[in-house]
Design a protein around this ligand. Structure first.
Ligand SMILES: Cc1cc2nc3c(=O)[nH]c(=O)nc-3n(C[C@H](O)[C@H](O)[C@H](O)COP(=O)(O)OP(=O)(O)OC[C@H]3O[C@@H](n4cnc5c(N)ncnc54)[C@H](O)[C@@H]3O)c2cc1C
Ligand code: SF4
Length: 337
């Protein structure tokens, strides 16, 4: 059985205290929210913090409230709360769907929106026990110095595997961060970097405190997920689509792909092709073809990467057809579905 190593556990009651604890402990400390990803990673020695700053006891991080015509969700709000919140489900259905498709009910009861946005990138050569990783000589994401997927590459290609991140990007959400230098707000689209190790633009001493969703008037959104097991699994592909129409005509659109790169990847040409169009079968087919372009998975997660690229156009077409009322299938599919 894998055991957790010893560590110091700090229990701040305010964001200000959490920022202070994090700053005082420096790079040896990590934040923990629900712990559903962090604790397994600590057991496998992918993370080796000597101190954890626990966010669960900070009341100001919990809950959903109406703000500026949209909704603001505290980073400590659980995925179950996000998935089942009536206003989230009515106004931002893609987010409720994505939150409700993360892992299993038990993990959604503990796991938080903030933890899901900041969740570590994944790779077949990294999400393994210490002994497994040691046997193959480690890799640059932890304990080693080369990439085992692309040995001549100077960077890590581990895959962004959050279900909610592409959705928040597509919805035009913003993230609020608190750190020693104060607070700042940035678009969720600017929160991610295309690097499997440094995958967040957030500084290590900053805490994600809340996510703000803009007004939803005129917008429709859909999230579709492909995974191996229908019961629970990380996404092999996530497709988040948000479209604003006046009458039948598309005014604004965002298509963001999850699990195809080290960060969520926006399919901008595909979305641009929809502007001024009705969501006809032809327009959907054209956009879906264009969306496959930025989908460039490597051979480092589940299923073959040519398959994962190929199904991108299928899932984007399905998502757009769902918005157009031309498709009423499920939100998650197992392979082959
Ligand atoms: C079996 C299994 C299946 C899973 N399936 C999925 C899946 O299908 N989809 C999916 O997206 N995820 C999945 N996960 C990963 C994980 O459960 C979720 O991503 C969950 O939402 C993480 O939230 P948490 O609150 O538990 O984060 P934690 O585990 O507490 O933290 C995750 C990371 O985020 C950081 N962090 C947490 N909160 C903050 C904050 N407020 N500010 C800054 N940094 C923060 C932590 O330091 C850590 O690096 C799975 C995990 C397991 C074990
Ligand atoms: S992509 Fe390369 S460096 Fe990154 S985790 Fe995988 S093997 Fe390691």
């Amino acid at each position: 059985m894998m055991r957790l190593p010893a560590f110091e556990y700090l229990k701040p009651r305010t964001v200000a205290d959490a920022v202070k604890y994090l700053k005082d402990r420096g790079p040896e400390a990590m934040l923990v929210a629900g712990g559903t990803d962090l604790f397994p990673n600590m057991k496998r020695r992918q993370f080796e913090p000597s101190a954890l700053v626990g966010l669960r006891g900070i009341r100001e991080l919990h809950g959903v409230r109406a703000t500026n015509g949209g909704l603001t969700i505290g980073s400590g709000t659980t995925l179950t709360q996000v998935a089942t919140h009536a206003e989230v489900a009515r106004r931002y259905p893609a987010l409720a769907t994505a939150a409700g498709l993360v892992s299993s009910p038990q993990l959604r009861n503990m796991g938080t929106l903030g933890g899901n946005v900041c969740v570590d990138t994944r790779c077949n050569y990294y999400n393994q026990t210490y002994d497994w990783r040691k046997a193959i000589g480690f890799c640059m994401k932890k304990d080693g110095d080369i990439c085992l997927v692309a040995p001549s590459s100077p960077r890590c290609w581990a895959v962004s595997s959050s279900d909610t991140a592409p959705v928040l990007w597509a919805l035009g959400a913003t993230a609020r961060l608190a750190g020693p230098a104060g607070e700042r707000t940035l678009p969720v689209a600017a929160l991610f970097k295309d690097d499997g190790i440094e995958y967040l633009a957030k500084r290590p001493d900053e805490i994600l405190t809340e996510i703000a969703l803009p007004p939803d008037e005129g917008w429709a959104s859909v999230y579709l997920k492909l995974r191996r097991r229908g019961s629970f699994d990380f996404p092999v592909l996530g497709v988040a689509v948000a479209v604003r129409r006046e009458g039948d005509v598309v005014q604004e659109a965002r298509i963001v792909l999850g699990a195809v790169a080290s960060q969520p990847r926006e399919a901008t040409a595909a979305a641009a092709s929809l502007i001024g169009q009705r969501l006809t079968s032809d327009a959907i087919t054209r956009a879906a073809e264009l969306a496959a372009g930025p989908s460039k998975p490597l051979d480092n997660t589940d299923f073959s990467h040519p398959y994962r690229k190929k199904v991108t156009r299928v899932y984007v077409a399905r998502a757009l057809a769902r918005i157009a009322g031309l498709d009423s299938g499920p939100s998650s599919y197992e392979a082959g579905g």
